[in-house]
Each structure stands twice: as structure tokens, then as C-alpha cells.
Design a protein around this ligand. Structure first.
Ligand code: FMN
Length: 184
């Protein structure tokens, strides 16, 4: 199963356009389940939610609906994330979603040596982004997501697809997006 995580926000999102073009070939022979982050009613973990979550985890009880995202995620072999480049990383919605995924005992655990061990089926992560300008070498978007998805969730292969400079005066976003598609 491919899990498509849509962290795009604008109605005419160029990142979503790129992701849809990618999925048209990548997902041809597999089922795709989409998670539209904007319509999930996501909110950050606060003290109350965190203590409830910790209580459930200590009991090994994952029946509560707060674990639904983590359960769905743990069964996916391929994850495709579409996220625009915002404020040197990505929209906060994606970070809040990742908080929902990092559930000890469900998506990862720790070895006796304190090393995270994945409990997911994940094989491949594909991260798709577009940026108004150029993404610097210190990439707090993709590099952060890759770290979490390899470290906690055991992704064996990671792919990064980007289109940059879309908002620069005189640039041709359609042409830039077409060039990015050559990396598919
Ligand atoms: C809230 C916000 C923050 C942004 N931050 C950056 C940034 O840090 N660097 C950059 O190059 N472009 C930035 N941009 C421009 C977007 O990366 C660019 O327009 C991108 O293509 C938007 O993707 P979308 O068409 O999928 O919404 C920002 C845009 C918004 C709306």
C-alpha cells in the first residue's frame, strides 16, 4: 500500500500538482490511500493529550482514535509526502502529523541498547517539495523528514523530488515543474 500524505495548503498548489504527476506513474499498479492533512482536524500534542497517550502506551492499549494515524501508517510499504517549502522547512501541519506517528510500541520501539527499532513495514519514502526561491544546503525540510523516517520508521530507501525558484520574478513555473518531472 502507498500512503500519500498531502501537506499542501493552497488550492492551486504546485507541489500537489507535481505529486499527482508523480503518483500517476509510481502508483499505477498499487493502491493509494491519501491522507489530506488539512482536513484531519490535527492539533499539536498538549499536556492533556500527552498524558492520556502515555497512559495508553503504558497499558499497551492502542484502541483510542488518537492512534489511528499511526496504525494506518505502520502498514504502508511506501510513503509519498507532498509538502511545500515553508519558512526553511514545511508547513506545521506536517510536524503535527509526525507527532501522531511517533508512538512507542506501535510504530517504533527501542532496543536494549537504546537504539530505535522500527515496527513499520516501510520500504520507501518519497518527499516532494516546491520552493519559491532556492533551498540551501542545510535542508531543514527533507533532511529532517528523512532522519525521522529512517531512524524511527526504518525506511530503507529515500527519494527527494524538488522544484525550486518558482516565485522568482521572470521564472516560468510550468517549465520548472516539467524539468522536475524528468527526475521521476
Ligand atoms: C507561509 C510560506 C512560507 C514560505 N517560505 C519560503 C521559504 O522559506 N523559502 C522559499 O524559497 N520559499 C518560501 N515560500 C514560497 C513557497 O515555497 C513556494 O511558493 C512554493 O512553490 C509553494 O508551494 P505550493 O504552490 O504547493 O503552495 C513560502 C510560501 C509561504 C506561503
Amino acid at each position: 500500500m502507498i500512503l500519500f500524505i498531502n501537506a499542501c495548503v493552497r488550492d492551486d498548489s504546485r507541489t500537489l500538482r507535481l505529486a499527482k504527476d508523480f503518483l500517476a506513474s509510481y502508483g499505477r499498479d498499487e493502491s493509494i490511500t491519501a491522507v489530506e492533512l488539512q482536513s484531519q482536524g490535527l492539533s499539536p500534542l498538549d499536556g492533556e493529550k500527552l498524558s492520556a497517550r502515555e497512559k495508553f502506551i503504558a497499558q499497551g492499549n492502542y484502541d483510542n482514535e488518537m492512534f489511528e494515524h499511526a496504525k494506518l501508517f505502520s502498514g504502508a510499504e511506501k510513503i509519498v509526502i507532498a509538502a511545500p517549502y515553508w519558512d526553511y522547512s514545511f508547513p506545521a501541519l506536517l510536524k503535527i502529523y509526525i507527532e501522531q506517528l511517533c508512538v512507542m510500541g506501535l510504530t517504533f520501539t527501542y532496543s536494549d541498547e537504546g537504539v530505535p527499532v522500527s515496527l513499520c513495514r516501510l520500504e520507501e519514502l518519497v518527499y516532494i517539495t516546491t520552493a519559491g526561491g532556492f533551498i540551501p544546503e542545510r535542508n531543514y525540510g527533507y533532511d529532517y523528514v528523512r532522519e525521522v523516517f529512517t531512524g524511527f520508521f526504518g525506511a530503507k530507501k529515500c527519494r527527494y523530488i524538488k522544484a525550486e525558484g518558482l516565485d522568482i520574478i521572470g521564472s516560468d513555473p510550468d517549465e520548472i515543474l516539467s524539468l522536475a518531472e524528468k527526475d521521476f
